[in-house]
Design a binder for this molecule. Sequence first.
Ligand SMILES: C[S@@+](CC[C@H](N)C(=O)[O-])C[C@H]1O[C@@H](n2cnc3c(N)ncnc32)[C@H](O)[C@@H]1O
Length: 225
Amino acid sequence: MNSNDIVLGVTNNLVSNGITNKDMLFDYNSFLKHKKMVANSAWEVPSTTITPIMERLLFSIGQGIQGNVVCLGSYYGYAMLWLVLGNNNNAEYYGLDIDSLACKYAENNFKRLFKQTDNIHIECRNAVNYVEEFEDKSINILFIDVDSNGSKALYSLLIDKWYKKLKNGALILAHDPCIDKFAEDFNKYYKFTGDRRHFSKEIILPIDECGIHIARVEGDEYESN
Ligand SMILES: C[S@@+](CC[C@H](N)C(=O)[O-])C[C@H]1O[C@@H](n2cnc3c(N)ncnc32)[C@H](O)[C@@H]1O
């Protein structure tokens, strides 16, 4: 099975299991068109663990977004890019990273790609503290890929802090659940996402060696610890 068939099957299953909404789809021709656009824009990134199959999955999830998107640990903007591409629903996108050089590159990457980038906000900010200044409470996708000293130890703190900014039905996408060295950090993270008072569904998708965990926010209001 090739990457396209896998992503088509995965996205259909996510919809039929009620994890994502039915407007999420994988349109290969649209993906290809956008992939060429990215190549022509000479997108710069020194290295990335976002694989071709993950690009496709993020692209599919991005199609169905009705609301705003926040990427914690946006680096040069590459994962964020695939959530942005092809969405026509006037979403606002926020990429946060503490690396100022990476933020500069991310900003320039988006500017080279799109004529208009008013809805794309790259902020050189600490994702842990910035949440208190972030006024929007209608986030539809929270993508987490923050590394701290080579660990994913901040994921639990980030979900605790950002939950209150998410819409009912929002998705939290956490990158890297399949990496062995992050197992302990993810076990702590799953204590949050496994709480059915606040998350209706969750799944780990081992579509590449990093994988991605998706949790659907649905339920009672949550008091941050
Ligand atoms: C694995 S990289 C992210 C890769 C990125 N998602 C991509 O698309 O290629 C992890 C990023 O987390 C950032 N980071 C670490 N601690 C952070 C924090 N407290 N707040 C925001 N970003 C942080 C690092 O600067 C680094 O760019």
